[in-house]
Design a protein around this ligand. Sequence first.
Ligand code: SF4
Ligand code: MG
Length: 329
Amino acid sequence: SAPLLQVRGIARRYAMRRGLLGRPVDVRAVDGVSLTVERGRTLGLVGESGSGKSTTGRLALGLEPPDDGDVLFKGAPIPAAGTLAWRQMRARMQMIYQDPLGALDRRLSILEQVREPYDVHGIGEAGERGAMATALLQAVGLRADQGNRYPHELSGGQRQRAVIARALATKPDLLVCDEPVSALDVSIQAQVVNLLVDLQQELGLGLLFISHDLKVIRQVSHRVAVMYLGRIVEEGDADLLLASPAHPYTEALVSASPVPGRRARPRIVLQGDPPNPAARPSGCAFHPRCHAARERCKVESPRLLPLPDGRLTACHVAHDQANFLKAAS
Ligand code: SF4
Ligand code: MG
C-alpha cells in the first residue's frame, strides 16, 4: 500500500527584505525536498534554525501550498486548504507545536479543550464525550482532576500532554511534531518524548519529528533526514546515519552530540555563520562552514544521491570516497 505521507520535490519561496531598506529578495525556504513517512515509524528531520524544517512541516500538512512539487497522504494528493475534503483529511494528520501555552485557549479548562474535537467532528454521543476526553487525558498521563484546571495552572510538560491528548481525539494516523519538547525543562523532555514513542507503538502513528536537537532525534527516529538551507543533505536509516555520518554537516552535528557511554568522536566545530536563506552561498551551500570543502564545492552544487550503503547524501567528497573504495575493491 502507499506510504502514509509522501512529500515529492516540494519548494517554497518567500520575498524577504534584507534590512529595513533593502530590496526584497526571493528566498528559497524549501528547495526540492522529498520525504516519506511510513505508518508506525518516525522520520526525524534535523537541522539548525533557518534550515526550512518548520516550513517543510507546514507544507506536509497542506497548511500552506508548495510552489512546486506535491504531497500525498495515503497515496492521495492533499486537497486545497479550507475545503471540506481538506478538513476531513486534516483530522487524520495533526500538528504538535513547540509552545503548548500558545496552542491552548487560556479561557477554557483542559477537559473542555480535549473534548472540543469530538464536538467539532461529531465523534461519539454528546453525553459520552466528557468521559472520552477524560480517558484521553489518562492515556497521556494526566489525572482526571487535572482536566478541570486551566492551561496556566499546569506545568509546561503537563500542558504539552494536554495538547497531545487533544491531537489524538480525531484518531490521526500522522503527527507532525515541530520541536515538541524544545520549550520544556530538560528533565521533562525525555518524559514527553517517551510518551510520544509509547503512543506511536500503541496506535501505529507515523511521526514527522522536527528538531534541532540531535539527542532528541536519536531517541525517536527510525529514519533521519538532515536539512541545510532548504535542502535535504543526508537521509537514511537512523542507526546508520548517526553512527557513521557521511555528510560533513551530519558529522559535525553528531560530533556535537556524543552518546553517553560511547567513545566520542573528535568534536567538529562549525565555522562561519549559521544558515541564512537570504544569503545562500554558491555551489554547495554548506561550503563556507565545511571542514572537508574543496575548490569544486564553491561552484558545483552536489546532488542528493545514494551511497552503496543505501543512504542518500549530497556531498562531492563523500561520493568521491565511495567511488574510490569501490574502484579499489
Ligand atoms: Fe563539504 Fe564539499 Fe561535501 Fe559540500 S560538497 S559538504 S562543501 S565536502
Ligand atoms: Mg522551526
